[in-house]
Structure formats: C-alpha cells, structure tokens
Design a protein around this ligand. Sequence first.
Ligand code: IMP
Ligand code: MG
Length: 175
Amino acid sequence: MENEIRVLIPEDEVDRRIAEIAAEISRDYAGKSVHLLCILKGSVFFTCELAKRLTVPVTLDFMSCSSYGSGTISKGIVRLVKDLDEPIEGRDVIIVEDIIDSGNTLSYLVELMKARKPASLKLCTLLDKPSRRVHHEVKVDYTCFSIEDLFVVGYGLDYDQHYRNLPYIGVIENE
Ligand code: IMP
Ligand code: MG
C-alpha cells in the first residue's frame, strides 16, 4: 500500500495531550482505582499510553465489537465479538475509544456496560468527530482532540487494517 500520509497531529502533541488527560483522570479518581476497558483493536495504542501516565491504580480489560449493517450509519448493527474477561459490577469503569464518529458503537456499548452495574461509567476518547454524531445521547467525559470530518489513521486507527502503528495521527492524501 503506497499512500502518502499527511501529519495532522504530530507525535509530541498527541503525547502531551494524553499526559494532560491522564492528569485530569488521576485527579478525578484520586483515592480510587480505575478499570479501563480497551476497545480492540483501535484503542490499544491509546489505552497503553494513557494507562502508563495514570497515577491511580489501574486494571485493564479488553473487548471487541464489529459494526455492520444496513445502509445508514445510524442503523448500523453492533455485534460483540469478544466480551470482557471479568465482571465490572461495582467498579469505576472508563471505556477507552480511539475515535467517536456517529457514536453508534459507544451508544451500544454504554447500554451494555450500564446493565452490568458498574459503580461509575465514563468515556474517554483519543479523537472525536462531533460533526458526524448521530447518537447525541453519547456523552464523552474525556476527549484528547476534536477534529473535523476527515478519515484519519495512526495511533491505533487503521485504513483497511494498515497504519495502526504510525506514532502520529495522519490523513491519507492520495487515496
Ligand atoms: P462510530 O460507531 O460511528 O462512532 O464509529 C467508531 C469506529 O469507526 C471507530 O472505533 C473506528 O474503528 C471507526 N472509524 C471512524 N472514523 C474513523 C477514521 O477517521 N479512521 C479510522 N477509523 C475510523
Ligand atoms: Mg476500525
């Protein structure tokens, strides 16, 4: 694959912003532990960088879902491909996402997780594309960057499974 990638957010800026968000979360959860739910595969890189910078005790679990369906994004059906290993009842949970687009994935996941009765449930995302939101009920608690409606890759985000390993956030120029 020979695409040219334009840097949208350079590595040092991403890292600096993750450190800020980690400090905010560490303050908000002072005296507690946080249980991070990493949504595979895209949020793996972000989850690791965030977790490394948290000063409160951290536990991790992973889940994977796929979205497919029926024409419009809003009707996209989300299916759980891999569930969490452990129960979340009574825990302070943060769902960690790579990017929120329509909000379809998170709208589904939040309802699913709420039903399991965590002590608290918050959302943290590396990127948000607010102009694309269909599910306005999805409230994000921690956002590293809001971006315009661009298809981005890197820092875990893929184009056809490629480019997840780029250490910055980029845009494909010559698709
Ligand atoms: P949503 O369910 O529409 O909010 O979409 C969320 C998922 O779509 C993310 O977890 C990504 O896997 C994918 N996605 C949305 N926008 C982008 C993008 O710009 N680049 C790469 N993946 C994206
Ligand atoms: Mg993806």
